[in-house]
Every structure is written in C-alpha cells, then in structure tokens.
Design a protein. Structure first.
Length: 212
C-alpha cells in the first residue's frame, strides 16, 4: 500500500537536517556571501537537491542557522541556570566566558557570520533569531527570573516585558563590543580593554537591577 498523498518518507526530515548541518559550514565561512553553489558544494549535493529540500538559497541558510540551536543546547541550558551564584557574580562569569569563547571557541563566528547572512532576508533572518540570538536572550531571561525569585534582582519575574528588557540590556552591550573588536577589527583601530569593560558593564547592570 502506497503512502497517502502529500506525506513524506520517514527519512525526509533526517536528510534535510543532515544537509542543513553540512551547508552551515558555507554560512560560517562566507556569511551573506554564501551562494547557493557554495551551500551545495559544502553539503556535497546538487543545487536541485537543495532546492527540493529547502526551496531556495534563503531556505537553506535559514535551516542551517536553526541547526545551531540544537548543537548549542547544552551551553544554552547552562546559561539559563545561575546555580548558587548571586546576580553579580553569575553575570560576571557569563560575560567572561562569552568573551573568552568568542575567538577561541568560534562563538564569534556563529554570531557574526549568522547575523550577516540573516540581515535583510525575511527568511534567513528568523532562522538566525531561532538558532542563535533568541536562545541566548531567552536563556538570560530564565537566569534573571531565578535571581528575581530569590530576591537578588529588582524584577517582577512574571512581567515578561520587564524581564526581556533586562535581558537585552545585559546581552546587547556584550555583543556590540565583541563584534566591534573582533568582527569589525576594532581591536586594531580602536582597542577596548575588554576585561575592564566587562567588569564595568556587570557593575552597572548590578547597580540597576540588583537589590538595594
């Protein structure tokens, strides 16, 4: 008995994900410059095969960026859990680890190449949000809720907008500073003393949101 019309074979999604993971290397290497030909070459398939699974170039890029969420799940889970650390000590650890991993663990490549590939693309952009940026923001939101419920942060843990605003207020300066220094070579034309910057940023955030 044949499959009902419109159903896909059992391996379709697995094959699609496997191709997206392989094609992701082209996105990491070339960002917005990754062509459909680059993506097909990295995935070791023909362009028609990619079009069959993803529709077009933007569809491939979006799917490739979304695979990052799965691969980074352990890091994101750790980011969301402050453990026994208080607000200031926990966020200092987050900032220091992100800065260290930006270059040495390739985290910066993920954020910058993915951002370049997703900007001004209505399909690839949400892929970057789903796979990279939103998991980070949501993890900090979860972390801040823990601190709020423990009385370590002046936030209403049930006020979604307030918590989201605080998360963006913490994450955004870190990303801008790291992109400025490494993605845009600011470390050569206008170096930033990163250790002092991180300490100052965490201090100011703790002053704004920590207990009085």
């Amino acid at each position: 008995m044949g499959r009902p019309q419109g159903t896909r074979n059992q391996d379709y999604e697995n094959t699609r994900r496997g191709l997206a993971v392989k094609a992701r290397e082209a996105v990491m290497k070339r960002g917005a410059l990754a062509s459909l030909n680059d993506l097909a070459r990295e995935a070791d398939v023909s362009i028609p095969t990619l079009k069959h699974y993803f529709g077009d170039r933007s569809g491939v890029v979006a799917a490739a960026l979304r695979t990052l969420k799965v691969d980074a799940a352990r890091y994101v889970d750790a980011l969301a859990d402050p453990g026994p650390l208080c607000l200031k000590a926990g966020l200092a650890k987050v900032a220091e680890e992100l800065s260290a991993a930006w270059v040495h663990a390739g985290v910066g490549q993920v954020f910058t190449a993915g951002l370049a590939a997703g900007l001004f693309d209505a399909q690839a952009g949400p892929g970057y949000l789903d796979g990279v940026l939103e998991p980070t923001v949501l993890a900090i939101e979860a972390r801040l809720r823990v601190h709020a419920r423990r009385g370590e942060a002046r936030l209403d843990a049930d006020d979604e907008l307030a918590v989201r605003t605080a998360s963006l207020a913490f994450v955004s300066p870190l990303l801008v500073a790291l992109i400025h220094q490494h993605g845009l070579s600011g470390n050569r034309c206008r170096p930033l003393p990163m250790e002092r910057f991180l300490a100052l940023h965490v201090d100011r955030f703790a002053d704004a949101y920590g207990p009085r």
